[in-house]
Design a protein around this ligand. Structure first.
Ligand SMILES: Nc1ncnc2c1ncn2[C@@H]1O[C@H](COP(=O)(O)OP(=O)(O)OP(=O)(O)O)[C@@H](O)[C@H]1O
Ligand SMILES: [Mg+2]
Length: 351
């Protein structure tokens, strides 16, 4: 299966090149940008094509790069939260080893494939036990990519232990997962582990700026800061929010016959349904200063008008009071007092 190079993939690569090219031509034209924004998911369009494109994780990337260049790639276990570049990094390594047609040369299994013991016995063992390639690819070592490996059953993981050992000579395994504790220790110890931490704000900002430039977008500083804040170190989320803000903004400006395509923090927060910082500030003010009835009316009204979820308001108000309010000790005291009050109320109601 792996040896067949299909034209479909070549087309995909060409399409990618074309899209990148057409973006450059469209630079600065907001209507074209909005149309393109709808057409291609930016998370795919801006998936790193080389290790240099991978933002953050410099130490990890450099180490993997060196090991790949020196043909000393160990079995890998990449783990960490979503949208931090684990899959992208391995795909770039595969591209480096086998060229643009790597999809046809590696064995790639993810959560949508069956993850039971049969897959290990048949697909994985079958692939590992076949002859190595010798038809012009840059590496003779085969790569088996087990994405979302934490979804594998324990039986499958135990079976994989043996397979990894048996075919170590000409096959490398790359396991990727979010929860490393779901990988059995015996597998962990056979791999070199790399933890992909959430991207820090500087790297998210840099990568977003790159996309903003390439797409010719107009994003204000506060808009950019809102994107970085809401992404929480998840680059996939940052790109998705940026793209939907552009689409939302496009339709909003069309319907209101406005010329501006500027992406402000307000546009970003509204697009994600997250409460605006100024609304949270206002709500906190009411909670601290108004009567119970007045607070209830005003907060409910804001909630309905903005279409906010209560859980988001509660989370943001808590964060707001923790960051702007008084010290930790008092905040903790207030948290415990609230629960104690609720407990007395429950006991009283039960009597
Ligand atoms: N470090 C990064 N540098 C540049 N782009 C990134 C990075 N991490 C994520 N991205 C962007 O987010 C998209 C998703 O990244 P990727 O699939 O590598 O995440 P992941 O860590 O495998 O997440 P998951 O655990 O959800 O599978 C990529 O296509 C890319 O656009
Ligand atoms: Mg992934």
């Amino acid at each position: 299966m792996a040896e067949v190079i299909s034209l479909m993939d070549i087309d995909e690569d060409d399409k990618h090149q074309e899209q990148n090219g057409s973006q450059k031509l469209n630079k600065g034209k907001s209507v074209a940008t909005a149309t393109d924004a709808k057409a291609t998911p930016w998370v795919e369009k801006y998936r790193p094509q080389s290790l240099a494109d991978v933002a953050a994780h410099r130490d990890i990337v450099d180490t993997i790069d060196r090991l790949t260049s020196e043909n000393r790639l160990p079995h890998l276990l990449l783990y960490g939260p979503p949208g931090t570049g684990k899959t992208s990094t391995i795909l770039v390594v595969a591209r480096k080893l086998y060229g643009a047609q790597y999809h046809n040369i590696i064995l790639e299994l993810n959560a949508s494939d069956d993850r039971g013991i049969d897959v290990v016995r048949q697909q994985i063992q079958g692939f590992a036990s076949t002859q190595s390639f010798s038809f012009g690819v840059k590496s003779s070592v085969k790569l088996i990519l087990l994405d979302e490996a934490d979804a594998m059953t324990k039986d499958a993981q135990f079976a994989l232990r043996r397979v990894i050992e048996k075919y170590t000579k000409n096959t490398r395994f790359a396991l990727i997962c979010n929860h490393v504790n779901k990988i059995i220790p015996a597998l962990q110890s056979r791999c070199t582990r790399f933890r992909f931490a959430p991207l820090d704000p500087i790297h998210v900002t840099e990568r977003l700026k790159h996309v903003i430039d390439a797409e010719g977008l107009d994003v204000t500083d506060s808009g950019l800061a809102a994107l970085v804040r809401l992404s929480n170190g998840d680059m996939r989320k940052a790109l998705n929010i940026l793209q939907s803000s552009i689409i939302n903004n496009f339709f909003a400006t069309c319907s209101q016959h406005m010329a501006s395509q500027k992406i402000t923090d307000e546009a970003v927060y509204l697009c994600t349904g997250n409460p605006l910082p100024k609304d949270i500030e206002q709500i906190s003010y009411w909670l601290l200063n108004e009567s119970f009835a007045e607070s209830l009316t005003r907060v409910s009204e804001t909630k309905t008008r903005r279409g906010l979820a209560l859980i988001d308001i509660v989370r943001e108000v808590t964060i707001y009071s923790l960051s702007f309010g008084c010290n930790d000790k008092l905040q903790l005291g207030s948290l415990i007092a609230t629960f104690t009050q609720a407990r007395s109320a429950l006991v009283a109601a039960a009597k």
